[in-house]
Design a protein around this ligand. Structure first.
Ligand code: GLC
Ligand code: CA
Length: 557
């Protein structure tokens, strides 16, 4: 496997609005981030990925961009950003920006001019007349991800525009070469400033099939076969790739509904490679059916199968990412672990994924084991996606009101967006003002300050796994994945085998019960050294709830 700096990164994701408020207005900002750079560095991570910091009406919390070249005033100024960028670089950390170009905000100048049929901008978006006698029928039957139909009428223009996300997020027309030039120019703008890469939002959606034909009559995501992916996706991505080639930067594409086979069409190393890695979602479906709104019991074998598949298919030919949380996912302890065994299961999950191959990501608050929010009422939610899911579930008449609320509370992206819990002080130390969103009431117990002072905390365990991933990188980062006890519903066990023959072995009890250790113990090679455990010592006769171990056996001389 070719070794490259970006493959070895552990990346800390910041969702700026809820990270740290530096000026007391209740909204996280860059001044807040600046004050936490030492903390971030102390985790041992090598990079920060910022969810969108740009000017935005915040209809989708920054993923609706009104100006790609300026910072949202709520978050600070361009000088504040440069200070953070320099501060990160001085500490040896890279900075990755979110690049959201499938769509803009409807408040972007381009969209306003396009609606006004300004000749330069008129084809920047995907406009169509209505169908039917009265011209009011939608141009096709596509649905948006935030459900509803994918078309919105624009009075000024007298046409519909396509939006695969919220109404306020019109899709850009990448078939227009002028739009592609704009995208490249935005990329260069940030690369020239010194950023080290992009996380490219729903990038696999940017090409739409010519003629925009009707989609299969699915109840959700109708039309997706015409844009996920579309016919020109690889061509457009290769163009964007050219920009990045002039810099020492990397590209990470978000790719909903991606399989390993299709992923290789984007990330296989070689001359046609378009992206360095992807965010796929299959491993986030071990407790649900298709969408996190349709919850099922956590299924360890389903999870293992996904890891097995991706680890094998990427090995030696492509690179991928490795994450368990982000701003779109509920907290992983609440999903795959146990709130009762918060620290133990948090450590088990940290162990489970950190030693897989892939660039490693940690989402703000994951490192201290933040949990889902105890939502009580619909007024507790703010995310457009939550309300869309509610609407679609109501329409099916399949769920009781109570069930709809439960499904939303469980799956809501709002869970990931509560304020970061820094201390036991008011508002969890997130702000001295009134926080823009909830602080989980558990902040008095679960916070950075408390975990800093406890050597056995999850926070300190994250520091350990991040350091070990690097120390044993030939096995952990670049090694070959060999699963053990594949059929077990309780134990997750695997080897990572380095080219030199060194073997890193991971063994985890992924249940909240005690499990006899005899079979698991056989996974550990004779003479291997115990390098990490979440209950103190090495494996005994019984594995306690969520007990996890890592061993290393050096190659024979
Ligand atoms: C991506 C983002 C998500 C956003 C959507 C539309 O999935 O991660 O937060 O709502 O794209 O931009
Ligand atoms: Ca602020």
């Amino acid at each position: 496997m070719k070794k490259t700096w970006f493959k070895e990164l552990s990346v800390y994701q910041i969702w700026p609005r809820s990270f740290c408020d530096g000026n007391g207005d209740g909204i996280g900002d860059l001044k807040g981030v600046l004050g936490k750079l030492d903390y971030i560095k102390s985790l041992g991570v090598d990079a920060i990925w910022f969810s969108p910091l740009y000017v935005s009406p915040q209809k989708d919390y920054g993923y609706d961009i009104a100006d790609y070249r300026n910072i949202n005033p709520e978050y600070g100024t361009m000088d504040d950003f440069k200070a953070v960028l320099d501060g990160a670089h001085e500490r040896g950390m890279k900075v990755i920006m979110d690049l959201v170009v499938n769509h803009t905000s409807d408040q972007h100048e381009w969209f306003k001019k396009s609606a006004a049929k300004d000749p330069k901008y008129k084809d920047y978006y995907i406009w169509r007349p209505g169908r039917g006698k009265d011209g009011k029928k939608f141009p096709n039957n596509w649905m948006s991800t935030f459900p509803g139909n994918a078309w919105e009428w624009n009075e000024e223009r007298g046409e519909y525009y396509l939006h695969l996300f919220a109404v306020e997020q019109p899709d850009l027309n990448h078939d227009n070469p002028a739009v592609r030039e704009e995208v490249k120019s935005v990329m260069r703008f940030w690369l020239d400033m010194g950023v080290d890469g992009f996380r490219e939002d729903v990038i696999t959606y940017i090409s739409k099939r010519e003629g925009l034909p009707d989609g299969f009559p699915l109840p959700i995501m109708r039309g997706m076969e015409h844009y996920s992916p579309g016919p020109n996706i690889h061509k457009y991505l290769l163009e964007y790739r050219q920009v990045v080639k002039d810099y020492d930067a990397f590209q990470l594409g978000e790719a909903p509904m991606m399989t390993p086979k299709n992923a290789l069409k984007y990330i296989r190393e070689g001359k046609d490679q378009q992206l360095d890695m992807m965010f796929q979602f299959q491993h986030m479906e071990a407790d649900c059916f298709m969408t996190s709104y349709l919850r099922t019991k956590f299924n360890l074998r389903k999870l293992k199968k996904v890891y097995r598949n991706w680890q094998h298919k990427m090995y030696g030919v492509a690179w991928n990412t490795n994450y368990l949380e982000n701003h779109d996912q509920p907290r992983v302890i609440s999903r795959y672990g146990s709130e009762k065994y918060r620290t133990e299961s948090g450590k088990a999950l940290a162990t489970l994924y950190t030693f897989m191959s892939g660039t490693h990501f940690v989402y703000q608050g994951q490192e201290i084991g933040m949990l889902d929010y105890p939502f009580k009422d619909w007024s507790d939610f703010v995310d457009v996606a939550t309300f869309c899911a509610k609407g679609i579930m109501e329409k099916t008449h399949l769920f009781s009101k109570k069930k709809i609320f439960e499904n939303c509370a469980y799956a809501a992206r709002d869970n990931a967006r509560t304020c970061m819990q820094w201390s036991a002080e008011a508002n969890g130390g997130f702000t001295t003002g009134t926080p823009w969103f909830h602080v989980n009431p558990n902040y008095k117990d679960i916070n950075v300050a408390a975990e800093e002072s406890d050597p056995g905390s999850l926070l300190n365990y994250y520091r350990k796994v991040i350091a070990l991933r690097k120390e044993y990188k030939d096995a952990a980062i670049y090694g070959r994945y060999v699963e053990k006890m594949a059929s077990s519903k309780k134990i997750f066990a695997y080897d990572k085998i380095a080219e030199d023959g060194g073997v890193l072995t991971v063994v985890i009890n992924m249940t909240d019960r005690e499990v006899p250790a005899a079979r698991a113990a056989k996974c550990v090679p004779e003479g291997a050294e115990h390098i990490l455990g979440n209950y103190g010592g090495s494996m005994a006769a019984v594995l306690k709830p969520y007990e996890a171990h890592v061993y290393y056996k050096a190659p024979a001389k």
